[in-house]
Design a binder for this molecule. Structure first.
Ligand SMILES: [Zn+2]
Length: 246
């Protein structure tokens, strides 16, 4: 810049005007800075709030004895390897004996007797199967144990069976066959009932106190022999406990 040009410059922009312009420029920078500080504050506040709320949820979970996690985590394994003695004899999905609804949690194993003396496991499963077309009533069981100790699985172990009234949605049911009206199981049935129940307890992470009778759900005389013989029932649970691996 030459001296002459400088003079012209000074002339066109007198000192007062230049000052004002500089001050305005200063305001703009200050405003930008304030805005930046404000936005940074907002972002930081938001981040802290998020962290705090996450922390609160985590602390509440611990306070509730891990309830948050147990509610989300099912105790039903994704795939189940059946023992050799279980015959898969699944019912078709139908509204009278296999609705197809999935269990989300198994909290108890419920024991029943079939109540129809001297019938086989196969006959009882067929009865459930025929309900799909007859629509006579709603009934089924996840498993049926026969008088020779044979076991039929007719409703998968992660599905609702129509057996235990209001506990259908959180239990797995076993019905056992019996030779006469007393409802006493044969020795073969009893032994199989013990090993099957123990296997189920291990499978779902339950203990023998989670083995209940239909009677314990709603006062029905089922399974008759174990309702009338309290000692036999207590012995059964002890035998299950002794058979469990876990
Ligand atoms: Zn029952």
């Amino acid at each position: 810049m030459t001296n002459r040009e400088k003079v012209v410059f000074d002339y066109e922009f007198p000192p007062r005007v230049r000052k004002r312009r500089r001050r305005r420029g200063g305001y703009r920078v200050l405003l930008m800075l304030l805005l930046l500080v404000f936005l940074t504050g907002c972002a930081a506040g938001y981040g802290v709030a998020r962290l705090q709320s996450r922390d609160t949820v985590a602390r509440d979970d611990v306070k509730n004895n891990g309830l948050f996690f147990t509610e989300l985590k099912s105790n039903i394994p994704k795939s189940i390897d059946l023992p050799d003695y279980i015959i898969e004899d699944l019912l078709p999905i139908n509204e009278y004996s296999r609705c197809g609804d999935k269990l989300t949690q198994v909290n108890d194993i419920v024991i029943h007797y079939v109540g129809n003396p001297n019938t086989t496991a196969w006959q009882n499963v067929n009865y459930f199967r025929n309900l799909a077309t007859s629509g006579e009533t709603s009934a089924s069981s996840n498993l049926v144990v026969g008088m020779d100790g044979e076991v039929r699985l007719c409703v998968p172990l992660n599905e609702v069976a129509y057996c235990s009234n209001e506990r259908n949605h959180d239990t797995v049911s076993i019905e056992f066959c019996h030779p006469d009206e007393t409802g006493e199981p044969t020795e073969a049935t009893y032994e199989r009932l013990v090993s099957l129940t123990a296997w189920l307890c291990d499978l779902y992470g339950l203990d023998s106190e989670n083995v209940i009778r239909h009677y314990d759900v709603m006062g029905k005389e089922c399974p008759r022999y174990f309702v009338e013989n309290k000692d036999a029932w207590e012995q059964f649970k002890e035998d299950v406990k002794a058979e469990m691996k876990a």
